[in-house]
Design a protein around this ligand. Structure first.
Ligand code: 4NP
Length: 165
């Protein structure tokens, strides 16, 4: 796994996609839910951002909010672009696809920052995908697939950081 395990550590995680209205706010909502379930809310800070600022200030896409709500996730994040400060503030910066990861790598100020960038699907254990597909122009099944991949990957990520006995 790309992240060392240390059960005493606290982490700050930033999820990143393109618009920050579909995939990354869903990852944030799923991770917040998991942290609460496992009593780890005080150990991990979670946020999300986009490489494209065109939706800044908006709530997540209504379709994503509806699909997420059916699985019990409330998505209340307001879209914001990734900033240079994020590379200082966060320990893990997790991109959803090649495009997001390339953009993040180009923004990273140094090698330390570069090492914080990871791929969401590398943490998935049950569903094999090399990226989280952009659902924006898809139908309902695209949003469901995103949520299924993200649930798997969020569990895998949390188990990597805080292994269950
Ligand atoms: P996201 O989805 O990157 O998962 O938030 C998208 C949101 C907006 C657009 C594309 C993808 N857009 O083209 O505006």
């Amino acid at each position: 796994m790309p992240v060392p395990t240390d059960t005493t550590r606290r982490y700050r995680i930033l999820f990143v996609c393109l618009g920050n209205i579909c995939r990354s706010p869903a990852a944030e909502g799923i991770m917040l839910h998991l942290l609460q379930e496992r009593g780890l809310s005080r150990c991990v800070e979670v946020d999300s951002a986009g490489t494209y600022a065109g939706h800044a200030g908006e709530l997540p896409d209504a379709r994503m909010r509806a699909h997420a709500a059916r699985r019990g996730y409330l998505l209340e994040h307001r879209s914001r672009p990734v900033t240079d400060d994020d590379f200082d503030r966060f320990d893990l910066i997790i991109g959803m696809d090649d495009n997001n990861i390339d953009r993040l790598r180009r923004m990273a100020p140094d090698v330390e920052a570069m090492a914080k960038i990871h791929r969401m699907t590398d943490y998935a254990r049950h569903y094999v995908h090399d990226h989280v597909p952009d659902p924006y122009y898809s139908g309902a099944e695209g949003f469901e697939l995103v949520l299924t991949i993200l649930e798997d990957a969020c569990e895998g990520l949390l188990d990597t950081l805080y292994p269950r006995k």
